[in-house]
Design a protein around this ligand. Structure first.
Ligand SMILES: *[C@@H]1O[C@H](CO)[C@@H](O)[C@H](O)[C@H]1NC(C)=O
Ligand SMILES: *[C@@H]1O[C@H](CO)[C@@H](O)[C@H](O)[C@H]1NC(C)=O
Ligand SMILES: *[C@@H]1O[C@H](CO)[C@@H](O)[C@H](O)[C@H]1NC(C)=O
Ligand SMILES: *[C@@H]1O[C@H](CO)[C@@H](O)[C@H](O)[C@H]1NC(C)=O
Length: 415
């Protein structure tokens, strides 16, 4: 004879069902509201909701961050990455391999992987946290998809064209060499943007392949402000990847299957605070990407916390090594009345202003084939529009290879 549940348990169950139904109704109602005010058809709304059901994995717990983001704690073994056709049977690598050390750090000063240390890096994590065995994921809303304009381009960069042929402008340093990762300390600012559909970012690109063959593979990480993607102009941590020159594969953060997260403290797409202030305190974050020589996975650590990895399986050209590494800033200029945008790159100040005023990358290093850190070789720096945004590279004893970059956009020399 199977025992029947005690009445109190039944009551709790009924209550849960009721709460679930009510919650579902309210999200649906607010989505419907947003859609009606934006003139979206019911059909399109249903398509968006089916898409969201696929990408927002069930949460063990949800946390509302002070920045308004909703963070879902998703089971690590049930995260979106497993929906990637090549990751169906992927065995998750839960522990990061040893991070490459520079010659100066070798010996008794081996850098420790402090992935498990309790250290709140993001505001939501000061008061609350995700349970063990889960990873924090920024929830995607109907509004997020509507801002993107189309479901097919949601969370993706524009299909990349030749430098100079687009509205994108760069101030970048490039090292064309065999690389198994890179490490850099990046100054973090909150650039002013002229329009919601513009962005300003500062990042690392590791690439292999070519645009000509449409097979460029990239691993990207840095900070950005991008209202159309996030719904506000805050400075946010982001990652990106593609394995076919941005055409069909890859996306920002965890918006599509690919990046495998293992850490429960860092939300990809989460705000970075505080940021640097002009003539004031500088806010720096260390970004480190390195290829695990055994698994071939490309690991990411942010501020010395191992976040997760891009599995080897999602790449083609990056299977062995990157052939080019780039560091620097990019903005998009959407101004169409004949003037240049006033959107800032970096701090919005030119490199010549120097420390405390212009933004920088310092201690820029490359991971070599034996998992060591070395200074970049054969470096070339370029700015697509130097009267608007500039770059200046240099080397010294404490900062290693470094550069200042950025600018204000429109000014008497950039109209
Ligand atoms: C960000 O947006 C808010 C609200 O629209 C605005 O008050 C603020 O000045 C903006 N900040 C920057 C750096 O653009
Ligand atoms: C590095 O990558 C390039 C391009 O994919 C490849 O041709 C080269 O053989 C790789 N180097 C090694 C040592 O595997
Ligand atoms: C890689 O870099 C380390 C220094 O960090 C160096 O000791 C090692 O010899 C380098 N490996 C190769 C193959 O050059
Ligand atoms: C290296 O350059 C930076 C930026 O200009 C400066 O702050 C630092 O003091 C310099 N270090 C040395 C040893 O010259």
């Amino acid at each position: 004879m199977s025992p029947s549940p005690p009445p109190s348990a039944l009551l709790v169950l009924l209550l849960l069902v009721f709460v679930a139904v009510v919650c579902k109704e309210t999200t649906h109602a607010s989505a419907l509201n947003a859609a009606t005010t934006m003139g979206v058809s019911l059909q399109k709304l249903e398509r968006i909701q089916r898409f969201l059901e696929k990408i927002n994995k069930p949460a063990v717990k949800s946390i509302k961050g002070p920045d308004g983001d909703i963070i879902d704690c998703v089971l690590m073994n049930k995260q979106l990455a497993f929906d990637h056709p090549l990751l169906k049977n992927h065995k998750i690598q839960k522990v990061a391999p040893k991070r490459p050390a520079s010659r100066s750090e070798a010996g008794d000063q081996q850098p420790r992987n402090i992935g498990t240390a309790r250290r709140a890096l993001q505001a939501w994590n000061i008061l609350d946290n995700c349970p063990d065995g889960t990873v924090p994921v920024q929830r995607t809303t109907v509004e997020d998809v509507l801002r993107a304009g189309s479901l097919s381009r949601f969370g993706k960069k524009e299909v990349h064209q030749q430098l100079g042929a687009t509205k994108h402008e760069y101030a970048i340093t490039e090292a064309s060499q065999e690389a198994y990762g890179t490490k850099a300390i990046i100054d973090v600012w909150n650039p002013t943007l002229q329009q919601k559909n513009e962005f300003s970012l500062s990042q690392i690109w590791l690439t292999a392949g070519s645009y000509a063959k449409s097979n460029i593979n990239t691993i990207e990480v840095g900070w950005q402000a991008y209202p159309d993607l996030y719904g506000d102009n805050k400075t946010r941590l982001f990652i990106y990847w593609t394995s076919d020159a941005y055409v069909t594969t890859g996306c920002y953060n965890l918006k599509c299957p690919g990046f495998m997260q293992t850490n429960k403290q860092v939300v990809l797409g989460g705000p970075i605070a505080p940021v640097s202030t002009y003539s004031g305190k500088q806010s720096e974050k260390t970004f480190h990407v390195w290829k695990d020589p055994n698994s071939g996975n490309w690991w990411l650590s942010y501020d010395n916390i191992d976040v997760g990895y891009w599995p080897a399986a999602i790449f083609t050209e990056l299977a062995s090594n990157a052939t080019s590494v780039q560091w620097g800033g990019e903005i998009v200029n959407q101004e169409d009345n004949g003037q240049h945008t006033t959107t800032d790159m970096g701090s919005g100040h030119f490199p010549k202003e120097g420390y405390g005023k212009a933004s920088y990358f310092r201690n820029v290093e490359i991971v070599n084939s034996t998992n060591g850190l070395i200074p970049p070789q054969s470096v070339r720096a370029f700015a697509t529009n130097p009267y608007c945004y500039e770059i200046q590279t240099s080397v010294n004893a404490s900062w290693g290879f470094y550069f200042f970059y950025g600018g204000p956009g429109r000014n008497p020399n950039c109209l």
